[in-house]
Design a binder for this molecule. Sequence first.
Ligand SMILES: Cc1cc2nc3c(=O)[nH]c(=O)nc-3n(C[C@H](O)[C@H](O)[C@H](O)COP(=O)(O)OP(=O)(O)OC[C@H]3O[C@@H](n4cnc5c(N)ncnc54)[C@H](O)[C@@H]3O)c2cc1C
Length: 447
Amino acid sequence: MLTFVPDPVLLGSPRGREWPVLPGGRPAPGGNPPRTADVVVVGAGPAGLAVASALWHHGIHDVVLVDRSGRPCHRFFGRVDLLGQRVLRSPYEHHPGVEGYRDCELLDFARLHWGLLTPVERREIRMAQAGHRSVVPVDVFDAYCGHLASSHHVAEKTWRGVVREILPAADAVTVRTDRFGVTARCVVLCLGEERRDAPEHWWGGGFPPPSVSYWDQKLPAYGERLVVVGAGLTAAHLIGGGLAAGKQVHWVIRETGERYQCADVNSTFFRPEGRARFDGVDWDDRLDLLRRYRHASIMFEFRPELARAEAEGRLVVHRGEAITKVAPGAGGTAVLRMEGGGRVTGDHVVLALGTTPSIGTGLLPGELVGERDGWPELDGRTMAYARAPRVFAVGAAAGMVLGPAARNIDGHRVATARVAAAVAASVRHGAGRAEFAPAPGRAVARV
Ligand SMILES: Cc1cc2nc3c(=O)[nH]c(=O)nc-3n(C[C@H](O)[C@H](O)[C@H](O)COP(=O)(O)OP(=O)(O)OC[C@H]3O[C@@H](n4cnc5c(N)ncnc54)[C@H](O)[C@@H]3O)c2cc1C
């Protein structure tokens, strides 16, 4: 059998090039947004950007985006850069641009900037054009997101705020943040995913012990030995970073072997026939499909370097090891105790245990989320919450409707097409803004 091993050189795409920018990308002015809008989008990551861009094509321009950072895609690129990730897993066809409208897609954008690309990046574009697997530089994706934000006037509608509460009423929804409130005809939740914390029994819950951190925190300076826990691409980047810094790395994975794949999701789920497997099957069968077809995995390009490092003893892989306890060790080290009785000690331990979809719990009243097995109850045609029809979800939260690809950039675009059409219809056919009703018993837009 042939084993596919693409060239690791792909992983080293440059970051931080100067890209030409369109006028119109200015951020929202200081102060607070208007107290009413047609649509509020909560979360301005790739999913929120896709939604706002699609609404622009539908002629819905009275949109307020609220994000913790106040900047489109800030969390996504912050996470990626912290790990030193230089290429996306998604191919050129997966992008947050708008489906069904003549727009500049990611591949068009990359070709337009041919002169800024390296020979390796150009070869990947030719691969994409020929229909082969290809790899997208984070730098190109970042510039493309900036282009989308400018060309669809998203940046100037994005406001900094932490959403605390979402209160649906009969003909409007009020979004309350730490700084302001906005009442809108419809609200789209694009909340993304939070990092998965360690099980409570590892150290009793709360903050990790000294010398232990999570993948989305800055790595402190540490001694000679780094321990990485996790089986996914994030773990691979952390290992790569440790090896590049000349450290000895120990890698702990619960599974009996690491998995090298293009994506965590079987590629059929990115296509309509894969999504159709979800339509018409019941809840338990969907859970089963999610369990069987989404797995933590590592891009093929890492394989040669990780195999070489293991053969040379710079990387020690602890396969099939379940952690039972994490505790401080002598001299500022951290010790992992394993189910089989073994121990792994490191000068620093970093946990990359995955992420959990944010489904609106804690923002919407619990009974409106309808949470079951960690998923909200959504209408599959419109992605609206079944019990709050003016509130919609795009991104990871749509996993039980769209299948495992919902958690990837391509899934955001598919969900966006459905949501934008439903929201546009609701805004056009709904009552005028003067008739907006605040949620019962609550003040609208209290600052
Ligand atoms: C390191 C890394 C690499 C990845 N690489 C890929 C890849 O190559 N291809 C791919 O398809 N997917 C990739 N993913 C998955 C990726 O996270 C998603 O595809 C994408 O970021 C999700 O976009 P999003 O907008 O749903 O979420 P996010 O990018 O997380 O955006 C959600 C936003 O909502 C904000 N928010 C949440 N709650 C609130 C609140 N209460 N108030 C205000 N703001 C709030 C957050 O701060 C955040 O800015 C990667 C994920 C990680 C972590």
